[in-house]
Design a protein. Structure first.
Ligand code: ATP
Length: 513
């Protein structure tokens, strides 16, 4: 655990030191669970957003984009169920005065049982080698079976209690499992209470006439209320999707995991409208498609897993998370939900406007079903960033820190470095810079020794360094250094753009999808 904590601390400090993420309003000691994206962070974030957007909107002819406002009519949130049911069950520890999400405490306990089972499975795999059958082992080994069935029993009981609002039983479960406060080790808990996560605000100048509004807690509702507008003006035929990225706000109870759980964050959501009865087919389709999108970034297949929900939200008939192996363990990165016709029907009822789709081929009208894919941009950032940060020991025993970001997402694609600040080398370097920057973010750096400049670019995650030396003036060639392998190649200046493009252009990632 200590090691995990250290890795996570490194991630947070590296993000600050190399201009990726700063605490919000830091000169006033920051604002809890709110962060600013710095000069490199904003580029990485933009590239992740772009990769998502293009894979949705550009690569699917039946998906279009939208940018709805953050402020929406307050009835939206009544219809969506957020006013009545967007609650988290919270519990306080009386000794440490720390506040927790009761469901997260229980889920963490269940995950520990899962890890114990996994440890046994890993040991057995080592013992039995190639002939090992994991499924058979899980269903026959008494110890593994006990861990897994206890985990299932706990999660099912929690799901039932939350479903029926039996908060006393949620507390009873915490007590029976003897869950202690992670800060103080105390088991002295308050009762479990519901807490609404929406931020309220006011619209209007005078106190009497002001209208109570909410900052949107999800981007999805902006899509639902525009369903007919988009369908009619875009002449969209079912099945079709609407994609949107944008800020969402939640007054999270526990927000202590850097950008994993923020109070102001960004979502990338796509709502796919389908014919009723076909939703499970599309649900499976989007589960596979979204996992492939993640895998295309090359962060390692074993770092992802699906988690099918035992407790379904009030609007869903199936739901799964894609979980990622963050520095603090496997946690939700993306949600894929079959939302039925709940949202469109609810908005129809609350607005009094008919929200239906007329199918020209069958001559009938119906309320479409919806399959949603929803991924947090900030969580995606954390997944990419934390997975890429590595400390390496080199052959000569020295160490280097490298941020091996997927090249297509890197903030700066190449750094042009004149070996010395004289003899016409800066001039040639700037000429190269001028050409390459027509396509990508490229930077110029002439300060410090070349070795120091390489290390700095490694730490920022720049995939290429281009070094201009005295020979360059005569042979029109430069040294191209690859970040991950540190390989150095002599290449002609005229070939640079093409070589770099092969590595950094998103289109090569799209080809794998
Ligand atoms: P969690 O269970 O972790 O609170 P959720 O199930 O409430 O998440 P959704 O409502 O399904 O999350 O939102 C979709 C996605 O938005 C999540 O998969 C996550 O990536 C992102 N997200 C949700 N809440 C936050 C937050 N507070 N900070 C950053 N990202 C978030």
């Amino acid at each position: 655990m200590a090691k995990q904590d250290d890795i996570f601390k490194n991630v947070v400090s590296h993000a600050k030191e190399y201009g990726y993420i700063f605490p919000s309003s830091e000169i006033y000691d920051g604002l809890s669970a709110v962060y600013d994206y710095a000069q490199n962070g904003v580029e990485l974030k933009k590239n992740i957003r772009e990769y998502w957007w293009q894979s949705m909107v550009q690569m699917h002819e039946n998906i279009v984009g939208l940018d709805a406002a953050i402020l929406m009519h307050p009835t939206t949130w009544k219809a969506s169920g957020h006013v009545d049911a967007f609650n988290d069950p919270l519990i306080d520890n009386k000794d440490s005065k720390k506040r927790y999400r009761a469901d997260v405490l229980i889920e963490d306990y269940a995950e520990k049982l899962n890890q114990k089972a996994q440890k046994e499975i890993d040991k057995a795999r080592e013992r039995f080698g190639a002939s090992f059958d994991e499924e058979q082992y899980k269903t026959t080994n008494p110890r593994v079976m006990e861990y897994l069935s206890k985990k299932k029993e706990i999660l099912e009981r929690m799901a039932r209690s939350l479903e029926t609002e039996n908060l006393a039983d949620v507390k009873a479960l915490i007590e029976e499992l003897e869950i202690a406060c992670p800060e103080s080790g105390s088991k002295n808990w308050t009762d479990v209470k519901q807490f609404n996560l929406m931020f309220g605000t006011k619209l209007g100048a005078s106190a009497e006439n002001a209208m109570d509004l909410y900052l949107r807690p999800e981007t999805a509702q902006g899509i639902f209320v525009n369903f007919l507008n988009v369908q009619k003006t875009g002449r969209m035929k079912i099945p079709f999707g609407i994609a949107q990225t944008g800020k969402a706000f939640r007054n999270e109870i526990v927000a202590r995991q850097f950008i994993f759980r923020m109070r102001e964050f960004e979502q990338m959501e796509m709502q796919f409208f389908v014919k009723p009865g076909e939703e499970m087919k599309w649900y499976e389709y989007w589960k596979t498609t979204r996992l492939n999108w993640h895998l295309s970034l090359g962060l390692g297949k074993s770092n992802y897993r699906f988690h099918d929900h035992e407790k379904l939200a009030h609007y869903a008939n199936a739901a799964a998370d894609i979980e990622f192996n963050f520095p603090f363990g496997f946690k939700e990165l993306e949600g894929i939900h079959s939302r039925t016709d709940f949202d469109l029907k609810a908005h129809e009822q609350h607005s009094g406007k008919k929200i239906q789709y007329f199918d020209n081929e069958t001559n009938e009208s119906y309320t479409p079903y919806v399959v949603e894919t929803s991924v947090g941009l900030d969580r995606m950032f954390l997944a990419v960033f934390s997975n890429s940060l590595k400390e390496e020991v080199l052959e000569d025993g020295s160490e280097r820190v490298v941020l091996s970001l997927p090249a297509a997402l890197a903030p700066i694609k190449a750094a042009v470095l004149p070996l010395v600040k004289k003899d016409g080398l800066p001039e040639l370097a700037k000429e190269i810079l001028k050409k390459l920057r027509l396509d990508y973010n490229v930077m110029y750096e002439e300060k410090d020794t070349i070795g120091k400049r390489y290390r700095r670019m490694d730490a920022i995650g720049t995939p290429f360094c281009i070094t201009v030396d005295h020979d360059s003036l005569n042979d029109n060639s430069v040294t191209l250094r690859y970040r991950d392998t540190m390989e150095q190649k002599r290449v002609n200046i005229d070939e640079l753009a093409q070589i770099i493009d092969k590595e950094v252009n998103m289109k090569y990632l799209f080809e794998q999808l």
